[in-house]
Design a protein around this ligand. Structure first.
Ligand code: 13P
Length: 257
């Protein structure tokens, strides 16, 4: 399958919106997406809360917009109360899945080992994982950033084999920047993308990296800074939280691409 070369714009609505609000927002975004022919400039992925996935799937049908989930379990079926199977996500039209977001690492105590299992399960069901990696402020201050990033990437990729159909996205999200209103310096994001790329070379060929893997940036992306993070060096997209929650602001952001 040919790879979309367009910049990837992923909206992570986290737990901020109700089902109704998610459906209304996706309707408004789809309308603007079509009207402004954004599909010629970017690939849009909407990641609502689990209960809103089906409603949003209905809205985006045949509109060239993709659906993403914010998490997934590492087994496809069985006695795992409260968990969601990657197979069920595919069944309802989900194409992408965020894995290892720092909020889950922090609040749900997700470990590198759990994240690796989720990645394997998602890829084997044909989902496109968006693996989040990023350092905390303390790790950055103590000069550990590159080590932390390399460790998170390599432990997640342990045992991963890309088939010709697989797609993988790595999102660099510095934990200390998320929700702060202040993105990292574009140069720092580019340099970290290089660390991610170099770490991945231990796992995949340069050819596979070029055609099947993307590196994107997340953390206080807004309409004023998005252009610094798309198409710069190895970065080919963004993962947006706060600035994706309101239609006018997010449409403005898409306009900047
Ligand atoms: P903000 O854009 O609100 O900083 O959130 C980033 C994020 O965590 C996306 O996954």
């Amino acid at each position: 399958m040919p790879v979309k070369k367009l910049p990837l714009l992923v909206a992570n609505w986290k737990m901020n919106l109700s089902v109704k609000e998610s459906v209304v927002l996706s309707k408004n975004l789809c309308e603007a997406y079509i009207k402004n022919k954004f599909q010629e400039r970017l690939s849009l992925v909407l990641c609502p809360t689990f209960p809103a996935l089906s409603g949003v799937a209905e809205v985006i049908k045949k509109k060239n917009v993709s659906l993403g989930a914010q998490d997934v379990f590492w087994k496809t079926q069985g006695p795992y109360t409260g968990e969601v199977s990657p197979r069920v996500l595919v069944e309802i039209g989900v194409e992408y899945v965020i894995i290892g977001h720092s909020e889950r690492r922090q609040f749900l105590k997700e470990t590198d080992a759990m994240i690796q299992q989720k990645l394997l399960a998602s890829l084997s069901e044909g989902l496109k994982p968006i693996l989040c990696v990023g350092e905390t402020f303390a790790e950055r201050q103590s000069g550990q950033k590159d080590l932390v990033i390399a460790r998170q990437v390599s432990s997640a990729l342990n045992g991963v084999v890309l088939t010709p159909e697989s797609h993988l996205i790595i999102a660099y999200e510095p934990v200390w920047v998320i929700g702060s209103g202040q993105a990292v310096e574009p140069r720092e994001a580019s340099e970290t993308a290089l660390v991610i790329y170099q770490t991945m070379l231990d796992f995949f060929s340069p050819k596979a990296l070029k055609s099947q893997v993307s590196i994107i940036y997340g953390g206080s992306v807004d309409p004023t800074n998005i252009h610094y993070f798309v198409g710069q060096g190895l970065l080919s997209g963004v993962l947006v939280g706060g600035a994706s929650l309101e239609d006018k602001r997010f449409i403005n952001l898409m306009n900047k691409l």
